[in-house]
Design a protein. Structure first.
Length: 201
């Protein structure tokens, strides 16, 4: 069942990226809304797969390569959806989703075998340390994607090449402010992860 959910998630993520790219060139609001809906459905099914695995192994699914990369890609998608809804900048998905798909494909290419959990992962601080760490990583991945958008926009302004791409992208001020917030949240999350990690160990 988990494998079915994983591959449905992959299909929905791929489909949403395709719709995002169509929206990037067509700039039709309905297409952008559909891209966000498809991505949200993929995120929900992804969450279901994580919950299913967690209920099977009876601990957070964050103890091997497959689980960690899958969880990281889920965190990035969840943050992406929140940002797109909060700031109404649907276009960001066109630049962030390729990295998500890379992480997700790497995850499903790894072994999904369930192995006996090591004692170190049974500590209660593990359930605090690891989610905060991955939440921080997700913010940095999003910051990287937004930085690419910023550079593209800045290059167009400096070259005085104001075309369709320029009007499709958010303003430099919005991108800069958003990047600043993402980096700040990411640093705070990682700081909490480091503190709880020192207590855990």
């Amino acid at each position: 069942m988990e494998s079915i959910l994983i591959y449905i998630t992959l299909i929905l993520y791929l489909l949403s990226l395709l719709v995002y790219w169509i929206y990037f060139f067509k700039k039709i609001p309905l297409i952008g809304f559909n891209a966000l809906i498809i991505l949200s459905l993929g995120c929900i099914i992804h969450l279901c797969s994580l919950i299913l695995r967690s209920s099977t192994i009876h601990y957070l699914p964050l103890t091997n390569g497959y689980e960690t990369l899958s969880f990281l890609s889920f965190c990035v998608v969840l943050m992406l959806i929140i940002i797109e809804i909060r700031y109404k900048i649907i276009i960001v998905g066109s630049f962030v989703l390729p990295f998500v798909l890379l992480l997700f494909v790497l995850a499903i290419s790894m072994s999904k075998d369930i192995e006996p959990i090591q004692m170190i992962f049974r500590n209660k601080w593990f359930n605090v340390h690891v989610p905060f760490a991955f939440f921080g990583y997700a913010n940095f991945v999003l910051s990287f994607g937004i930085s690419i958008v910023y550079l593209i926009q800045e290059i167009q302004l400096k070259s005085h090449n104001i075309g369709k791409v320029y009007h499709a992208l958010p303003s430099l001020e919005l991108l800069d402010n958003l990047n600043y917030k993402l980096l700040g949240i990411g640093l705070i999350s990682l700081s909490i992860a480091i503190v709880t990690g020192s207590v855990w160990e």
